[in-house]
Design a protein around this ligand. Structure first.
Ligand SMILES: Nc1ncnc2c1ncn2[C@@H]1O[C@H](COP(=O)(O)OP(=O)(O)O)[C@@H](O)[C@H]1O
Ligand SMILES: [Mg+2]
Length: 316
């Protein structure tokens, strides 16, 4: 499922640092939007390097010289009280918003004023704190689109949903009664396989028929589908924003096991979580944010006993 094998990343690094303008990604061409940097990042194992990122919304300093890094193959957690800047950091990394200052280096390449679709191609797949799914699409629709991820996938999925809504209106029937996509639809997802879809659903443990519409899924099942979509998209790093927020303890344990399993399979995961206990025994490294900056970093044990961290959480 992942696009960048270690071998490919190594090759890419070597070629980019030698100032070639030719894209070296094994799958997609992104060289026009990535700017090779003259020197390699300090450690070849760092896949994502965040350097002094600042972002203000009016008078609110959501991010204030925030600095941290993520090692390839690691499960890293970003924790902190509400409003400490965690989601804003994800929005900057995934290019939904532009930082005011600072630098982001992804797979040895400096990311600057990059459109989010280009970054997605480069290998970031993320989930949102509030699950974003298309109401009129089924589980299968969502995963077919995810597996067929490319520049135009979002446009395709919007177009696809609009077609179904338009069809429902024209036939004066509820869009929920549309049992299958219009066969004359110009969007038929290529390269999709039943096997891949079943594999990712088995991985997250979502046991619902593929034809189930989003509107017929519970909140927890939508969280699982959202996670499945992120996993299915071609990527080299997964950014997960509070994947267990608002769900019951049983499902929390299920998602914890899924993340541990993904990590063991070699995924690089950056996980935002508000609840410190959830990341204990899961993350290898934890960064603690407060007021837009990293105030502590370490292993779960180090963080659990850090007086400054406890102070920040008590002060919530
Ligand atoms: N688009 C925005 N406009 C104005 N303020 C924002 C915006 N996004 C985030 N903020 C503010 O930035 C701060 C950090 O928010 P956020 O990154 O969502 O925190 P967290 O995810 O850690 O709870 C908060 O004070 C929040 O109100
Ligand atoms: Mg948040």
């Amino acid at each position: 499922m992942k696009t960048g094998t270690k071998k490919e990343i190594k090759k890419e690094t070597k070629e980019k640092t030698s100032h070639t303008k030719t894209n070296t990604s094994s799958t997609k061409n992104t060289s026009s939007t990535f700017h090779p940097i003259p020197t390699p990042s300090p450690s070849p194992s760092i896949i994502l390097d965040i350097e002094n990122i600042s972002k203000a919304f009016g008078g609110v300093h959501a991010l204030d010289k925030c600095t941290f890094s993520v090692d390839q193959g690691s499960l890293t957690a970003l924790i902190g009280p509400n409003g400490s800047g965690k989601t804003t950091m994800f929005n900057v990394i995934s290019r939904l918003i532009q930082e005011d200052h600072g630098k982001i280096i992804l797979q040895q390449s400096s990311v600057d004023k990059l459109a989010d679709y280009s970054l997605a191609r480069q290998g970031i797949s993320r989930t949102f704190q509030q699950v974003r799914l298309f109401r009129n699409l089924t589980i299968r629709d969502h995963l077919e689109i995810a597996l067929d991820q490319d520049d135009e996938s979002l446009l395709k999925s919007i177009k696809y949903e609009l077609q179904k809504i338009a069809h429902a209106i024209l036939t004066r029937s509820s869009s929920r009664n549309l049992s299958s996509p219009n066969p004359s639809s110009p969007y038929i997802a290529p390269n999709t396989t039943h096997k891949k879809i079943n594999k990712v659903l088995a991985l997250v443990g979502l046991q619902k028929p593929l034809t189930t519409y989003v509107t017929d899924l519970s909140y927890g099942q939508r969280k699982l589908l959202d996670l499945a979509i992120a996993i299915a998209k071609p990527h080299t790093i997964l950014l997960l924003d509070e994947p267990v927020a608002g769900i019951n303890p049983q499902l929390r344990d299920q998602i914890k096991a899924i993340l541990r399993n993904l990590h063991q399979q070699g995924e690089t995961i950056l996980l935002i979580e508000h609840d410190m206990n959830f990341v204990m025994g899961l993350a290898q490294k934890i960064y603690v944010m407060d007021h837009g900056t990293v105030i502590a970093q370490g292993t779960p044990l180090q963080i659990r006993t850090n007086p400054q961290v406890l102070q920040v959480y008590l002060g919530e």
